[in-house]
Design a protein around this ligand. Sequence first.
Ligand code: CMP
Length: 513
Amino acid sequence: MPNASLLSLLTPVAVGLGASVVLLIIFSQLPSSSRLRALGPVYFAATLLLGLALLLDGEGLLPLGWPRDVLLATLVVSWGYIVFDLLEYLAFERSLARRGMAVPRLVRDILRALALIALLLLVTSRIFGVSLSSIVISSTVASAVIGLALQDLLRNVIAGVALQIEQPFAPGNWVLLRDQPMRVLEMSWRATRFVTVDNTHVVVPNANLAQVEISNYSLISPVQALHVQITLDAEHPPDLVKRVLARAALTAEGVLDNPAPGVRLITYGEACVTYDIKFWMHGFERYIETRDAVMTNIWYHTRRANLRLSISARELFVHEADAHLLSEKQAHALRQVETVLGRVELFADLSPAEHAALATRVAQHVYGRGEVLVRQGDLDDTLFVIVTGRVRVETVYEPGGPAVQANVLHAGDFFGEMALLTGTPRRATVIAEEDTTTLVVGREALAPLFEANPALPERLSEALERRDAQNSSALAASAPAASPNDAAESPTLLSRMRSLFGLGGSQGGQSSP
Ligand code: CMP
């Protein structure tokens, strides 16, 4: 019967091939993320097994008894798994996801596990002939034993399901856990992983998470507020303090200007007052740096505004008791300023008496690295002399345009003469490149010296014109159409100077080289 044996050979081959084709079609329909793709070789092996089983069966060679049952059970389970995968894809990814309903991975895994258990029960009862009731009884006993042994694991899994359904946070969210902000990395069956701002990996069992209070910073909005509290001397007027602290927070790197920082007086203490500063930032990644920037700025801003950060009552007592020590200290500081003024080239021609008089009318301010001392466009009329440190001068052609570095100034240099002499807005932005101490001289302190020392306004206006020309060419190089600080302004500059300082002569006019 050659035909019959050929047929019995061809049929299993055809069935094996057919099954492979069906699998290929299913594969092409599945998304690349489907686990069926990852297990592809296993299922192709299953189709081969199917062909082989049928071939052996047709030839009457299939072993009887348990080897046949195992072969059959393997086939049914692996094919059942393929069908579950396909159903899961159709139900959760095609229809529910398209309607905007996302089913958590954990729930899907549990449904799949239940389906697989049902299939295994079916296979065991149908193929191996074990009665379902005996399986149920023995599985009840087994599950009681296993349940006791795996109590913790099950608790975590159940808590994990609850967290997945309730979704108090999602991967990527910033949460406050154990008093520490952390970013959620991923949630699994047993535990949830977080990463702290120090890059420490924290794994918390789901059962523990279900019992603690968690604050989610990212659920409402990606913009976050932080609070810092600062205690100052009680003698300072709260409105002034609030203005200075708000400015310090606003100018710190990473702080948003909208919503703007807010300062509230929260409590009166022993000779001190505590303020709360609330400021906003984007996300939590850089919260330590932003907090540091605000705290650092507060030191510089309060110092410049002569606000004293909180001191202990004992320190206050010592200061008050030793008032003459205090005035001695002030006199010493004054002498120091006088010495500095004498060394600055700009004031080299002034007499010692003029140095001494000027010393009483200048303020000494310290700026931290990155702080803006003067901002282009601001209206102001103070001149800065650098005592120690270094600043960068930047200018832009138009607001929001790219900044061009115009110069770097060091100890002994001065800046701010443009606004001071002309009364126009600042023409450049000056930023501290390191901690920088400056003497700040107002127009009213300088004006009286101009009549007696014509070299002083000359030096200032020379610097103004030289720097203006330098900036114009620097800006022209970066934006060819630019001619922002037109030299044509020079005539008006002189007339402005004369009217601002009440100068009658032409001393400012002989300056241009
Ligand atoms: P003012 O415009 O009042 O404020 C910004 C200051 O930056 C400006 O005065 C000058 O003193 C200073 N400035 C501007 N351009 C330069 C420059 N090219 N070199 C040095 N300093 C400059």
